[in-house]
Ligand binder design. Structure first.
Ligand code: PMP
Length: 367
């Protein structure tokens, strides 16, 4: 390539991004998870428990029969049938995603025909905003109240004024950990003319679900995921709603979005789900213990949690984060201006991982 064409090509590349990538996307930061090689990893809200050996064997023999040269079942009918049976929910009201992240994108794509606005309380899961902006929607953020519950005055006036196509309510919320008051959520569903999504990614740890309300409210969508209860690597999100809404959302789903291995493995796991329930119970017991220990530490303010993680505030989150990494423990540093200043989030692990974390934090704070 001549010097001249090289130069031309380079300046064309730069101009390309500026002229062809929308400003909202250039202004975004990619969803990124910093990687640290620590022995104890309590940063991702994953389950610390993998498959019991006998279930792992069943999964492997299920995978052996898969013809990987063929596309997967485009409708994932068998898996959706199983989920329908387990939850007593019509199969036609169930849609699967490559993680609930994909379902969030599908919802934003499908429901944009009114005002083009989406609303969510903050602080919350970042993908509502990232996907909303990436897909060209206007996002409206409504700060949570001082207890991290829904601020009804603020939200109801925004709904009345802005009439969003979509509202996302993560309950229990990430990163705050609390479930919103059920009555407030229902009031929002009842007053919204658009679609209300209750993201129940962590509801297995709160024991509360809005699933039965789908029959009552035609504008309600529930999102769930297998990621937090032991299967983050499978990438399986589940959407529940009325059949008419699912019919529309299904039109913007990419074909074959759930790969053959995930369909097969998730089927085995769900058929053997007793171990999943036991693990959830253990995590909930551990959450109570870790919350008690954190609350008793000087220099720590821990927030009550209904999820598999706890948000807490320290004097200087950056230095605590670094010192914990130095002690082989990774948690999430959420320090940012505003409500989350000096806040950190720890995922509940096995009892020994939790002890290791609590001892390390105790050491760091007293040194
Ligand atoms: N919703 C909430 C509230 C979350 O915290 C997460 C994971 N961080 C997700 C959805 C996405 O989960 P996944 O794509 O793994 O199903």
């Amino acid at each position: 390539m001549s010097e001249k064409t090289k130069k031309k090509g380079k300046s064309k590349g730069k101009g390309l991004l500026e002229s062809r990538v929308r400003e909202e996307i250039r202004a975004l930061s990619a969803y990124s998870v910093p990687r640290y090689e620590t022995r104890i990893r309590l940063d991702g809200n994953e389950s610390p428990f993998s498959l019991p050996p006998e279930v792992a064997e069943d999964v492997l023999s299920g995978l052996r029969g898969i013809g990987v040269n063929r596309y997967p079942d485009p409708e994932a009918a068998e898996l959706r049938g199983l989920i329908s049976m387990i939850n007593g929910f019509p199969q036609g009201g169930i849609l699967l995603g490559n993680g609930s992240d994909e379902l969030i994108g599908m919802l934003i794509t499908a429901f944009s025909g009114g005002t083009g606005r989406i609303l969510y309380p903050t602080p919350t899961f970042s993908m509502y905003g990232i996907s909303g902006l990436a897909l060209g929607r206007r996002v409206i953020e409504a700060e949570l109240d001082r207890n991290f519950d829904l601020d009804m005055d603020r939200i109801t006036s925004l709904i009345a004024k802005k009439d969003p196509d979509l509202i996302f309510l993560a309950s229990p919320n990430n990163p705050t950990g609390n479930a919103y008051s059920a009555g407030r959520i229902e009031e929002i569903i009842g007053m919204s003319k658009g679609v209300v999504v209750v993201d129940e990614a962590y509801s297995d740890f709160s024991g509360h679900t809005f699933l039965p309300l789908i029959r009552k409210y035609g504008n309600l969508v529930i999102l769930r995921t297998l990621s937090k209860v032991g299967f983050a690597g499978l990438r399986l999100g589940i959407l529940y709603s009325g059949e008419d809404l699912v019919h529309e959302i299904n039109k913007v789903r990419y074909p074959y979005n759930i790969n053959s291995y995930t369909q097969a493995a998730a089927g085995v796991v769900l058929r053997n789900r007793e171990f999943v329930t036991e693990n959830i119970q253990l995590i909930v017991r551990e959450r109570k213990r870790v919350y008690g220990a954190l609350s008793g530490m000087t220099g720590v303010e821990a927030y009550p949690s209904d999820a598999n993680f706890i948000l807490f505030k320290v004097g200087d989150a950056d230095s605590v984060f670094k010192a914990l990494v130095g002690r082989d423990v990774l948690i999430r540093n959420f320090d940012r201006p505003g409500r989350l200043a000096n806040c950190m989030r720890v995922t509940i692990g096995t009892p020994s991982e939790n002890d290791f974390f609590l001892n390390a934090l105790g050491d760091v704070l007293s040194s």
